[in-house]
Design a protein around this ligand. Sequence first.
Ligand SMILES: [Zn+2]
Length: 262
Amino acid sequence: MKYIICRMHLLNKLPGNSRKYNTQTSIFSLNNMAKIFIRYQFLPVFLSLLCFVPLHAQQAKIINQLAAKSKILALTFDACESESPAWFDEGILQYLVNNKIPCTIFLSGKFAIRNEKRLKEISNYPFIEFGNHTYHHYQHSEKLSKTGFMWELHATDSVIKNITGKAPKYFRFPGGNHNAQSLFRVKEAGLQTVHWSFASGDPDPNVTAKAIKDWVLLKAKPGNILIFHINGRGYKTAEILPGLVKSFKKKGFAFKKLSEGL
Ligand SMILES: [Zn+2]
């Protein structure tokens, strides 16, 4: 009897308690849901943004400095060809080869094809490596459609790999012109975007050789990525390069390919 009374007591209590719990303290109650929505109303906005902007796009970066902060410099050259035919600047190339100076040359696909024979020859030197600089060298390659831009990357990779036997790891936008989407696409193609620490100014025909040399010597800091042109548009580069390299070495700097410094 005592058991039956206790049982009834419990049965009477439980539904009420249970209702009270369910309606007032559950985090799923309307009241709490409203509070959560008001408090975290940014969440849906944030989540929908993530749907439209791929996470990788936020992580795709431009490298403009080597990893080490020691006295190392990366010597890089652009070998661009867009409208007019362009050839290797032999003054620069012979200096690099004769002195075994480590460097990275960014080739446009058109330039690589036009200079195929010479490119094949220099690809045998382990101290020279090659990067991708698009196929047509459009000044605003970042504005191409996804298909067009990916073609520029893949076609240039194939041309360089066919001639040199090595697929490029690094990419440089013509004129440095880029946007978040094109940066993401470079990453999607398995390349790293590498620009430069400061412009040398060598494609300006009005700047004197001394001015370029003094500027680069003054501006360069440990870990910097230097940029020059090896397609005939670095008007004074062949003239200043030996003196520049000598001065940097005197200051204790060493030169590395990008793949050795990144
Ligand atoms: Zn270029």
